[in-house]
Ligand binder design. Structure first.
Ligand code: HEM
Ligand code: HEM
Length: 188
């Protein structure tokens, strides 16, 4: 159980796996897309599907446990801002893998999972180098959401990290300390 003084191992484990997983996925997505490194695509897709399992586990855990109690009192504006950013991050973690799977799977490109095929490629019989979409409209929607969602989450992650650093270095409170697993003392 999470308490105000100390966060549970499950909260800490899930926050950091999803945090570093998402940062790696955002970076690899932007890089492979900009530099057209097609060899990275199957890895990006496989790790994205794997990360979705941790993301869903994390959401189940958050719903079961409720949101974390702040380490101390904050101004209403700060509370609202942090709530908005946390919601964007939580929703974004689900939206990104789902939209990616829609784009790749329904676009006919297939969804690989570390050498296995979660969904097979759908080659064009006339021209097997090309693929035929299973549902071009939904695949297009997935592509738009994946692109826009990626940019929105990058912005939210930057704000989130800036907020965590502000708590630590400017407010000098124990928000970041608690997220690294330390128990709060009476002075925190
Ligand atoms: C180096 C990067 C990161 C740092 C230093 C960091 C730090 C923190 C800290 C200190 C909290 C606790 C806030 C509180 O007590 O209210 C927190 C909560 C949270 N963080 Fe991060 N974070 C990072 C990356 C991320 C990323 C990449 C995501 C998701 C994409 C994320 C999602 C969340 C969410 C949703 C919460 C709310 C509490 C929860 O659901 O566990 N964080 N983070
Ligand atoms: C788990 C979280 C994921 C994150 C954070 C993420 C992030 C990104 C980002 C930021 C881009 C660059 C988008 C752009 O600049 O337009 C991208 C591209 C891409 N992602 Fe993901 N992704 C995730 C999961 C997935 C999954 C599960 C799949 C497929 C099964 C996938 C398939 C792709 C593909 C095919 C591209 C290239 C798009 C193109 O060529 O236009 N992604 N991803």
């Amino acid at each position: 159980m999470d308490t105000k003084q100390q966060l549970s191992r499950q909260t800490l484990f899930l926050h950091w796996v999803v945090a570093f997983g998402m940062i790696a996925m955002l970076a690899s997505g932007v890089y492979m897309d900009e530099a057209e490194v097609f060899a990275l695509y199957p890895w990006h897709k496989s790790f994205g599907v794997l990360l979705l399992a941790f993301i869903l586990w994390r959401i189940y855990w958050r719903v079961k446990n409720g949101w974390l109690e702040p380490v101390r009192e904050y101004k209403p504006l700060e509370i609202t801002l942090s709530k908005v950013v946390h919601w964007v991050l939580i929703v974004g973690t689900v939206l990104m893998p789902i939209s990616g799977m829609m784009m790749s799977g329904l676009g006919g490109h297939g969804i690989p999972f570390f050498g296995l095929e979660l969904l097979a490629r759908n080659p064009d019989p006339q021209n097997p180098q090309e693929v035929i979409a299973l549902n071009a409209t939904l695949a297009g929607l997935g592509k738009t959401l994946h692109g826009l969602g990626g940019n929105l989450i990058i912005l939210a992650v930057v704000l989130h990290i800036a907020g965590a650093l502000k708590h630590h270095f400017i407010d000098k409170d124990a928000t970041l300390k608690r997220m690294t697993g330390q128990r709060l003392s009476d002075n925190d």
